[in-house]
Write a protein that binds this ligand. Structure first.
Ligand SMILES: C[S@@+](CC[C@H](N)C(=O)[O-])C[C@H]1O[C@@H](n2cnc3c(N)ncnc32)[C@H](O)[C@@H]1O
Length: 262
């Protein structure tokens, strides 16, 4: 696991006073140096381009940049053509006719699952403890909120940076959440090229999430109706109680813990 070494600002972005001010603010927030592209050799960096914020690994065999794109790419495609309530994730969180639960996504990551849930009509509070991942997410939200087609889905998403265990316990987020959704980092997930690329950088940045059992415990106390945990299909469930329902897909599984109080 390695830390980000700098915020890099590209030339075109540095020539734009607003982008430059945003880059300075980000570097200050993350307590990182703000440098030009020529000033950094190797390592993990956040790059402010004229268009967006990217996570990049500067190394000989590095994968491409990782950024949040709610408008184009895989998420845009899913918004336009993705299945509705028939999707496994919809069944797992309990979306059905006349029932659209409010969700706390306590491991927001790059916001893909949160976006799918918001696309199904759920209000989703995203919690993310990595300030770097949080910055990528924030950037994606800001860009997408000015896109005519995506804006109504984005409007259902909100973001809070912080450890979900503390947030769930301290702020009683559960009062807002019918469902708490968890997707902790796990070794060897989906093998698609995109996920592999993201996972390489994510693993380099974050490592894995060994405290998932404690997060599951906090989620079970907070959720009104259910906790949903996404796992690789063949992985063991997170340590804790047995899931009450299991939805199994080709590569992914959703373990569902029904709350007795529901
Ligand atoms: C596998 S990624 C989630 C991917 C996400 N479901 C998506 O669709 O993009 C796991 C993320 O959860 C975050 N995370 C893990 N434990 C957390 C906690 N206790 N509180 C907040 N965020 C947490 C990690 O920093 C990481 O960004």
């Amino acid at each position: 696991m390695s830390a980000i070494v700098a915020v890099v600002i590209e030339e075109r972005a540095a020539a734009d006073a607003i982008r430059l001010a945003q880059a300075r603010q980000l570097a200050q927030q993350l307590a990182l140096p703000l440098v030009g592209p020529a000033e950094v050799g190797t390592g993990l960096v956040l790059v402010v381009t004229a268009a967006r914020l990217e996570l990049r690994l500067l190394a000989a065999d590095a994968p491409g940049p990782v950024y949040v794109d709610f408008v184009g790419g895989a998420m845009g495609h899913r918004r336009k053509f993705g299945g509705g309530r028939g999707q496994l994730i919809a069944k797992a969180v309990g979306v059905k006719k006349g029932v659209i639960p409010a969700v706390v996504d306590a491991t927001a990551g790059l916001g893909r699952d949160a976006f799918v849930l918001a696309n199904l009509g759920c209000r989703v509070t995203m919690l993310e403890r990595s300030p770097v991942v949080g910055a990528l997410l924030h950037d994606g939200l800001v860009r997408a909120s000015s896109d005519e087609e995506a804006a109504d889905v984005i409007e259902r998403l909100s973001l809070q940076i912080g450890d979900a265990r503390q947030v769930l316990e301290a702020e009683r987020q559960g009062a807002l959440a019918d469902v708490v959704y968890l997707d902790p980092m796990f070794p060897q997930r989906d093998k698609s090229a995109l996920v592999k690329k993201e996972m390489r950088l994510f693993k380099a940045l974050l490592g894995s999430d060994p405290d998932a059992p404690a997060l599951l415990e906090a989620a079970l106390k907070a959720a009104r109706k259910r906790v949903v945990v996404k796992r690789p299909r063949k992985a063991a469930p997170v340590d804790g109680p047995e899931p009450g329902l299991v939805f199994e897909g080709k590569s992914t599984r959703f373990d569902v813990y029904l709350c007795p109080k529901s």
